[in-house]
Design a protein around this ligand. Sequence first.
Ligand code: SF4
Length: 206
Amino acid sequence: MEETTKIAISAGIQVGGSLFTPEQFAKIGSVVGTDATIEMTPFKQLYADVPLERREVIKDELERYGLEVYPAGFVTKSLIACNFCKGAEEAGLDTASALNSAIAGIETPTPLKIGYAGCALGTSEPLLKDIGVIKMRNTFDIYVGGEPKGLKTSFAKLVVSGLSEDRLIPAVIALIHFYKANAKGKEKFSKFVDRVSLEQLRQIAG
Ligand code: SF4
């Protein structure tokens, strides 16, 4: 039987949110084949199984249609961003796109969800993500350790605030790498945050 691999397809970071065109949906349908099933994940990615040996060809084809393709599984998911209703500039679309490019698809001990909201209304629910970024006028705040699953839910806690745009991506990357280097096995990020303490993470990200 042909070996398959799962890919994660995303519409990309844009004003309006996760918008797909009919052409993009048709393209996805044609590349995954008539027998495939396509899963809508809760983190704004579509999952599909494709033949392993055709993965790169399929990725190139989908990217030509303006879609983004990432690995599935134990990686950072593509950025779960808001709809940028306040406009690309005010809500920080360019920053969010750059953050997405920097973080999506990094191998991690458990799947990591990183959220972004272009203002304090936080309609993309950044405090329910492992790492949540919120744009506050001209600076950014980072929250860590949101846990929406199970019975012991918790909101992410503020780890650094008032970051300038150029310090945001290095800070988020530093948090991810610190987690990768220091997690105990498949330790969930929220548990990791509790164990290592906000103070320590503040030094890593600050
Ligand atoms: S977080 Fe703010 S800018 Fe983004 S969609 Fe919600 S209200 Fe609009």
